[in-house]
Design a protein around this ligand. Structure first.
Ligand SMILES: [Zn+2]
Length: 338
């Protein structure tokens, strides 16, 4: 640590459990933030300000005006440009703390790319909005021995729980399977920005504690909070389940499954399609120009085929708006992308 860094992080270093050694550990740390929406964009900003040396940001979506009331890192210009959240986050971190190395990944985290995208991360922060990705993170984290912090928020309530492999219960010890019924989402039930920052703050605090060598002092608790009611509840997480398929039997079902399929994005009247590999957006833009309105930047191409709107990413993934039917989405994808 040089004199400028010592000055920059002085108020954090003064906090005894962190000190110089803790700050050095943060500067050398690599955290993966999966999902850069409301929770994730807060994580990324807080980690960058705290001086975490490397941050991998994985997000499949792009910034929209309806994100701005709760997604702390983004501004109107990001939405106007239709920037992918990972790219917008990287741009903002450069302005917040230019010494942080950010790796923006515009992709869906899947069983096939998890090893590559999460490689060498010392810790994973959950900024996702869906259970399949959380179960995938849990499998990866337990398989590799990487701690991760579960977090979720919708409406005015949320919850968080740290998972430290070998010490605490994992996600499947607590919830053996993803919920079968549709869950309320930010799109269907709304969300307050205050619950997002509260849950994300607890996740970041747990991350800092683990990264600075205090994982052993972290209490395995499930914290639930409702900022509208003004209530906070904490219960001890159960002990690790001796019959848990993931952390006891080490069967990593979610790491083996293929997630390359059309997925209806709950509550959004949109479907994500991922049926092929990389796409040359410039070439596609030229092909679609005569068929409808095309807007393209290096990160995504947006094509209006009323009443549908396709946003196509260079990795071959597309989000089809205007339908919740995977069949319709696949057909539009086949028609316009090929
Ligand atoms: Zn378990």
């Amino acid at each position: 640590m040089d004199a400028a860094e010592r000055q920059r992080y002085s108020r954090q270093i003064l906090f005894p459990p962190i000190g110089e050694a803790g700050q050095e550990a943060l500067l050398a740390a690599h955290v993966a933030v999966v999902g850069c929406g409301a929770l994730g964009s807060f994580h990324v900003a807080a980690l960058a300000r705290a001086g975490v040396g490397r941050i991998t940001v994985v997000d499949r979506d792009y910034v929209e005006p309806s994100n701005l009331h709760r997604q702390w890192l983004f501004e109107e210009s990001d939405a106007n440009e239709g920037l992918p959240k990972a790219a917008a986050a990287a741009r903002r971190v450069e302005a917040i703390n230019s010494s942080v190395e950010v790796r923006p990944i515009v992709a869906d985290l899947t069983a096939s790319n998890a090893s590559e995208l999460l490689a060498n991360a010392h810790l994973i922060l959950d900024g996702t909005d869906n259970f399949p990705t959380r179960y995938l993170i849990n499998d990866f984290a337990i398989a590799r021995g990487v701690p991760w912090i579960y977090g979720a928020a919708v409406a005015s309530y949320g919850l968080t729980m740290p998972v430290i492999p070998g010490r605490t219960a994992c996600l499947r010890c607590v919830y053996p399977n993803p919920p079968e019924s549709p869950q309320p989402t930010c799109e269907t039930a709304g969300v307050l920005n205050a619950i997002v920052s509260a849950i994300a703050s607890l996740q970041v605090a747990a991350a800092l504690k683990i990264l600075t060598g205090h994982a052993g002092e972290l209490t395995a608790r499930i914290t639930t909070m409702d900022v509208w009611e003004g209530t906070i509840r904490q219960i001890a997480a159960p002990a690790p389940d001796p019959d848990c398929p993931t952390c006891a039997r080490r069967e990593f079902h979610y790491l083996e499954e293929s997630h390359h399929e059309a997925v209806s994005l709950c509550g959004r009247n949109a479907v994500q399609v991922h049926e092929r590999g990389a796409i040359d957006l410039e070439d596609l833009s030229a092909r679609l120009a005569s068929l409808g309105e095309v807007r393209a930047n290096p990160f995504a191409l947006r094509f209006i085929a009323a009443p549908y709107e396709l946003t196509i990413f260079p990795d071959g993934r597309a989000i089809v708006k205007g339908t919740s039917d995977p069949g319709v989405a696949r057909s539009l994808y086949a028609r316009y992308v090929g």
